[in-house]
Design a protein around this ligand. Sequence first.
Ligand SMILES: [Zn+2]
Length: 125
Amino acid sequence: MSMPTHLTPSQRSELASLLQTTVQAIERQSTLHQEGLSLVEHAQQVLQQDGDDAPQRAGDREVDFAVSERDGQRLVALRRAQSRLNDPDFGHCIDCGVHIPFERLRIELEALRCVACESTHERKF
Ligand SMILES: [Zn+2]
């Protein structure tokens, strides 16, 4: 049995629009990022005709992939938050059930835990 959410309808709709804005911003960024990546790849193809410092460029590419993977994980978390927004238990810590304050949710839209449980959780990994 879960308690009804502590968020008011206007707080909920503020979170909904913040989520949407953030998701769109990341999507735009990662589209630019992918375009950047393909430009890099194109440049590589051109440069490979000369052959030379290929290992250096391979390293740059790994950094690019790491960045987009992090964006991808955040996108998944944000989309999950969007789909849970109207659930009665949205905004409750998934570990202890306490209400996550609106101010925390505003700053960390994908937050699933209260601050105390979040730090315990992070220490485990
Ligand atoms: Zn908690």
